[in-house]
Design a protein around this ligand. Sequence first.
Ligand code: FES
Length: 70
Amino acid sequence: MIICQCAGVTDTTIRRLIEEGAGTLSQIIRLTGAGRCCAPCRSEIRTMLYRHADAPHTAGQATHPTTDVS
Ligand code: FES
């Protein structure tokens, strides 16, 4: 499913990057180009980051999605 229409970035790509350690919205934007144009996709990316951070397998390991560590 396309998350960012402007950059053509899919949920699969974003999920893979999150699983590989991208823990902030700005990291996802920098790595994919998503969210740089009209930006409504940012809320969906944030939701994906929150869901991953709340998942039991990442409890205690994930960076809070609103905290940019770059
Ligand atoms: S839909 Fe992602 S920047 Fe426009």
